[in-house]
Design a protein around this ligand. Structure first.
Ligand code: ADP
Length: 370
């Protein structure tokens, strides 16, 4: 592929507006950018053949540039599963004119490497997607680091679980002993210790669940149960932790669900705990149960601090916390909503939030009815 044709395609009609900066580059500049870019840049035609690859491909794979030209990923020996994935994404870009992302492994002479790619459309003068440009970054080191971090989190949380459990037992025994012996002062201190141990236990549980989710090991144990009873039991438990809030249940379902009762209870507890935590000055919390023919929706509404619009779509991500001065007072890892959304997703349900900053939030999730 010559420098002229590479430039002409990138500055094709529909991309003109989007790539005005590219427009200011000379053909020579553009070629210098692609030829020296550390990322692998490729161009595919509509038959999935490679029309252009930059020199970075040789550095990343150890395979000479020329060996890639006019080949499809299948002809390059990429396993069926990953080739299909590439073809699917390229087809998507061609038919929709939108960009796409992709992650894939590639066997190089020095071993297996992992890449993350962004695929972008290149338009012809009549507005059709003529070719697809991909920019791929080697993420092997990042993946290895992520794996090590996950292993460390998994190791630490497992190692902490046993001593914390025995600490909890001893604290409870001592609390009862001092309370019975009339030493209210020591009993009160032990009660405070007990509550702090509960917080620690929850954090360890969240870390262990996160590892399970990442490893695909969060297994559901489904059973048939009455959601009205589960909501009532959960509300009673959470209500005990914050007498200053008033949690009311509205509505009910006449039919049962088939789900993991423990895990769904965990989702409701998470939503209620957040509703309490993030509404320090508003007492009312409503839990609504609504059932249609097919599904049941559980909503938890608070009148607390709310969530800014731009941050709402990110709060279900792992470790995500809203950046706000007020929240600096609430210690959390940003895992509760991530775990809740994974649990609901595994049940093929939906979870979402509607919120107005400063006015409150409503978190809802759905499950299929039996
Ligand atoms: P954590 O509460 O431990 O930080 P979560 O995953 O439960 O983690 O929540 C993620 C973030 O979403 C919180 O840090 C908070 O910023 C925001 N959030 C969750 N629930 C509410 C709520 N009911 N009201 C306002 N903000 C909330």
């Amino acid at each position: 592929m010559s420098e002229v044709s590479l430039h002409t395609k990138i500055s094709g009609s529909k991309t003109r507006k989007q790539s005005s900066r590219v427009y200011n580059l000379s053909k020579k500049d553009l070629l210098a950018v692609t030829e020296h870019a550390p990322d692998v840049i490729c161009r595919f035609d509509t038959a999935f053949r490679l029309l252009y690859v930059n020199p970075a491909i040789e550095l990343a794979t150890g395979i000479p540039t020329a060996a890639f030209l006019n080949k499809t990923t299948r002809e390059l020996g990429m396993p069926d599963e990953h080739s299909s994935n590439w073809e699917e994404k390229i087809s998507f870009v061609i038919t929709t004119g939108q960009s796409a992302t992709l992650e894939f492994p590639f066997l190089t002479p020095s071993g297996l490497r992992f890449f993350h790619s962004v695929l972008a459309p290149e338009f012809s003068d009549d507005g059709r997607v003529e070719t697809v440009l991909s920019i791929s970054r080697d993420i092997t080191e990042k993946k290895e680091l992520d794996k090590k971090k996950e292993e460390a989190v998994s190791f630490v949380s497992h190692e902490l679980k046993t001593p914390v459990t025995s600490l909890k037992l001893s604290t409870q025994v001592l609390k009862q002993k001092f309370a019975r012996g009339g030493d209210a002062y020591t009993a009160a201190h032990l009660d405070r210790m007990d509550k702090q141990i509960d917080k620690l236990t929850n954090i360890i549980g969240d870390l262990m669940d996160t590892t399970r989710i990442e490893q695909g090991a969060l297994k559901l144990q489904k059973e048939e149960f009455d959601m009205n009873i589960l909501v009532k039991e959960t509300v009673e438990e959470v209500q005990k932790t914050s007498p200053q809030h008033s949690i009311v249940i509205l509505g009910k379902s006449e039919r049962s669900v088939c789900a993991d009762r423990f895990r769904i209870g965990q989702v409701i507890t998470n939503l209620l705990t957040n509703a309490i935590r993030y509404s320090p000055d508003a007492a009312d919390i409503q839990v609504t149960i609504e059932a249609t023919n097919k599904e049941i929706t559980i909503s938890v509404r608070d009148h607390g601090i709310g969530i800014p619009k731009e941050q709402q779509k990110r709060i279900f991500e792992r470790f995500y916390r809203v950046e706000d001065i007020e929240q600096a007072f609430h210690m959390g890892l940003g895992l509760g909503l991530y775990i809740s959304s994974e649990i609901v997703k595994q049940h093929h349900g939906k979870i979402w939030v509607t919120s107005e900053f400063g006015k409150g939030s409503t978190f809802s999730f759905t499950l299929s009815l039996l």
